[in-house]
Design a protein around this ligand. Structure first.
Ligand SMILES: Nc1nc2c(ncn2[C@@H]2O[C@H](COP(=O)(O)OP(=O)(O)OP(=O)(O)O)[C@@H](O)[C@H]2O)c(=O)[nH]1
Ligand SMILES: [Mg+2]
Length: 250
């Protein structure tokens, strides 16, 4: 089996920003990160879909005129959220890549701490958790909250891990690592795949607390019932041999 690539230094982060219908939330996400850790970010890679709204595209154009070459825009070819992020992994120029949303549900203030931790642990994944002490949810429906807790507990047991939030799509990865993994999912369950495959491969994963609050503009591209499809990749990855998870490319 080929070994996962080892990253021994943090140089700069590429921030991936998938966009469907966000406007002010996208603008604020970039402004907060620029202000707090702009020096450690080499680029913002805005990932658009053929279905991204006109209003969002207008904000993206504004960001390009404000921040110049720090903003790169890519229209995805693979479908859905996972498809967009996978193309972002392939294009990222930084030694590390931040996977987040542009709807402010992934608090941009956490990027500074993720990067600080990545400097100390460049080979590790730094992942945000809403269930860790200091983290929280606001505006999440009680049903979704209960199911989310149940889901986290089941998968922590299945994978024998102390991780508390495996479905939250807010993480920093070494770029070489995500390029070496063979990804399968294209829709939202990709977010779970990005933690369970590294867990099986034996990558160190470090959690930081994060405060989640429901978006105030636009709407989610994920339907409630689709949340149950997460089980598929969660269980399949537990049963798959680790040898097939790496592409072999270094
Ligand atoms: N480029 C691109 N971006 C997407 C796609 N689907 C979602 N996004 C963006 O990815 C981020 C997360 O997606 P959401 O639809 O908010 O999903 P979520 O918050 O994980 O899901 P819920 O908890 O169900 O609301 C948002 O900023 C979306 O605009 C897609 O197919 N292509
Ligand atoms: Mg969202």
């Amino acid at each position: 089996m080929s070994k996962p690539p080892w990253t021994d230094e943090f140089h700069a982060a590429t921030v991936l920003l998938p966009v469907m219908n966000e406007t002010e939330a996208l603008e604020m996400t970039v402004a907060i990160i620029e202000d707090e850790v702009g020096v450690d970010v080499c680029e913002y890679l805005v990932l658009t879909s053929p279905r991204t709204s006109e209003q969002s595209l207008a904000v993206v154009a504004e960001l390009q005129s404000r921040y110049g070459s720090r903003i790169h825009v890519h229209q995805q070819s693979l479908p859905f959220l996972g498809g967009a992020i996978r193309e972002g992994f392939a294009m990222a120029q930084g030694s590390h890549v931040v996977m987040m949303a542009s709807d402010l549900e992934t608090d941009p203030h956490d990027v500074a701490l993720m990067i600080e931790r990545a400097k100390a642990l460049p080979q590790a994944i730094i992942t945000a958790s809403r269930w860790a002490s200091g983290g929280s949810f606001s505006g999440y429906s009680p049903i979704k909250l209960g199911l989310n807790k149940l889901f986290q507990a089941s998968f922590a047991l299945l994978y024998q891990t102390p991780l508390t939030d495996m479905t939250y799509g807010y993480r920093l990865f070494p770029t070489a690592l995500v390029r070496a993994i063979r990804w399968e999912e294209l829709r939202h369950p990709f977010l779970l795949e990005t933690i369970v495959k590294p867990l099986r491969i034996g990558i160190q994963i470090y959690e930081i607390p994060s405060r989640w609050s429901a978006r105030t503009e636009g709407e989610s591209s994920n339907s409630f019932l689709r949340n149950f499809v997460y089980f598929r990749i969660g269980i399949r990855t537990r049963l798959q041999p680790v040898s097939g998870m790496l592409t072999g490319a270094r």
